[in-house]
Design a protein around this ligand. Structure first.
Ligand code: ZN
Length: 159
């Protein structure tokens, strides 16, 4: 029974991995670390999610996308549970996912030069960068400019 429920959870997890993050389509919502817990039995399919920010506008959309996806796969009585504690942290993004972000052109959390504290350019790895705007296309990212390759880039702020 224990193994059976684990298999069901893994199946749901693999379905959720098919949902791209609405803000950063290069990574999925599981990689983003917002999926906290899955409960599945004959009565209910419950997915607990934690917003990246308390007021993150994308979280309602993510909940809706999860519901739609699970319905499509035949799951019933789906409940999306919002979990606000512990709060989401960029530590929940794996090293592998951080590399994905970098390849996508977004400087991942903590990609900072240890000496001058500058954020490293995801394109040419230069630390000769400057902050352009604390907020970018989404509140969780800031906008920077690389002074070496003259390219603007976004940084996923560390929280
Ligand atoms: Zn650069």
């Amino acid at each position: 029974m224990q193994n059976g429920s684990k298999m069901i959870k893994n199946k749901i997890l693999s379905i959720l991995k098919q949902i791209p993050d609405p803000e950063i389509p290069a990574i999925n919502i599981v990689e983003l670390g917002v999926v906290r817990k899955i409960i599945c039995n004959e009565n209910i399919t419950q997915v607990s999610i934690t917003p990246t920010y308390i007021a993150c506008p994308a979280i309602d959309l993510i909940g809706k996308l999860i519901k739609e996806k699970l319905v499509k796969f035949g799951y019933k009585n789906i409940n999306i549970k919002m979990v606000y504690y512990p709060t989401w942290t960029t530590d929940w993004i794996s090293e592998e996912t951080k590399l994905k972000l970098k390849n996508y052109g977004i400087s991942p959390p903590n990609l900072i030069n240890s000496k001058n504290k500058k954020i490293i350019c995801p394109k040419c790895n230069s630390n000769n960068t400057s902050l352009k705007s604390f907020f970018s296309s989404t509140p969780c990212k800031s906008l920077h400019k690389c002074n070496d390759c003259i390219e603007p880039f976004e940084y996923f702020k560390c929280i």
